[in-house]
Design a protein around this ligand. Structure first.
Ligand SMILES: Nc1ncnc2c1ncn2[C@@H]1O[C@H](COP(=O)(O)OP(=O)(O)OP(=O)(O)O)[C@@H](O)[C@H]1O
Ligand SMILES: [Mg+2]
Length: 319
């Protein structure tokens, strides 16, 4: 009886805290995440999964709105007419607690769709920023217009896409997901626009974990070991039902640890998204799985083949 009362007090308090935060910050402030997540956890602990799901859906809605500029009718018409879209960072729709200044000294890596910086407050974290309109591979005039009619294609905001994955599938998988993935710590507001904060991957000796191709270039003698680590990673993907298609070296880092080395995937935006005009393979799990396997084997051939020759595969992959 006492514990039921404590529980309901806990819920009332969490609800009140959320309502107060919402009244102060507004309905689409990323700082509401913490309150909503706390509320969701309480609902989960009572077995009220539908209410918890609603909290998570609300978090995702806020993140989606905050991370990507609106591609509405105005932008679509501008694209049809060939009027260039602004290169300015997206308008901030909420009042941030703080604006983080990023500069080239903090640059960590440049992808085809995002730029990654070291977090100025904590070198153990990094911040990914979407490239401006027309500067990303998935953010061209043609791709934006095409996506209006084919919404299953890659999002022009990779941050929005990856946020969706982290709040849906990764959240449902729970801790097991992070065996081969960095944690995501939320949204920050920067001079270059909103950014997603991730854990940076380091080796146990404090050095930076290298991209797979750079690691192999520096340590070709490690190739057999890397092959074993990649097989472990692939097994994890199949066991957890994750479908990973972006098999290219910049998305993988080799982490050296006393507890056992691992290969971490640092870019999950394309999970379950083959990014094809007609992604029929995705209608059938076995075809999607085979596509991932083909890509994985091609990846091994490309990066390990030149060092160790024909790739010896275990029976587990020879289906
Ligand atoms: N968690 C991380 N730890 C360390 N470095 C990272 C991390 N996440 C990203 N990076 C660096 O930033 C680069 C770009 O990141 P990411 O692959 O997410 O960008 P992208 O533009 O979405 O990728 P793509 O070119 O595959 O579309 C990576 O190649 C890597 O150098
Ligand atoms: Mg990438």
């Amino acid at each position: 009886m006492v514990s039921a009362r404590c529980q309901s007090e806990e819920l009332v308090l969490a609800r009140r805290k959320f309502q107060e935060a919402e009244a102060t910050l507004g309905p689409f402030h990323p700082d509401l995440t913490e309150n909503l997540e706390a509320l969701a956890k309480i609902y989960e602990s009572y077995g009220e999964s539908r209410k918890a799901k609603r909290c998570y859906a609300r978090i995702l809605k806020i993140w989606e709105k905050v991370l990507a500029p609106d591609y509405g009718l105005k932008c679509f018409l501008a694209d049809i007419l060939g009027i260039p879209l602004s290169k300015q960072p997206p308008k901030i729709l909420y009042k941030p607690q703080r604006l983080i200044h990023l500069n080239e000294n903090l640059l960590l890596g440049i992808g085809e769709n995002r730029i990654c910086f070291i977090h100025p407050d904590d070198p153990g974290l990094c911040i990914k920023i979407d490239r401006p309109w027309d500067e990303g591979r998935y953010n061209t005039r043609r791709k934006r217009m095409k996506r209006v009619f084919m919404p299953w294609l890659a999002d022009f905001s990779s941050n929005r896409e990856e946020a969706r994955f982290y709040w849906k599938k990764a959240r449902r998988l729970g801790e097991i997901f992070y065996l081969y993935a960095p944690r995501c710590y939320g949204i920050v507001t920067t001079n270059l626009g909103p950014g997603l904060v991730f854990e940076r991957i380091f080796n146990d000796d404090g050095t930076k974990s290298l991209r797979l191709d750079l690691h192999l270039k520096r340590h070709p003698e490690d190739a057999e070991h890397v092959l074993e680590l990649l097989k472990e990673l692939y097994q994890h993907l199949t066991e957890t039902g994750l479908l990973f298609y972006s098999w290219s070296s910049p998305n993988f880092v080799v982490q050296k640890r006393k507890a056992g080395d691992r290969i971490v995937i640092i870019d999950w935006k394309s999970e379950s998204r083959p990014n094809m005009d007609f992604p029929a393979i995705h209608l059938f799990r076995s075809l999607a799985q085979r596509k991932m396997e083909e890509k994985f084997l091609g990846f091994l051939e490309r990066y390990l083949g030149p060092i160790i020759g024909p790739i010896p595969m275990g029976s587990d992959l020879e289906s």
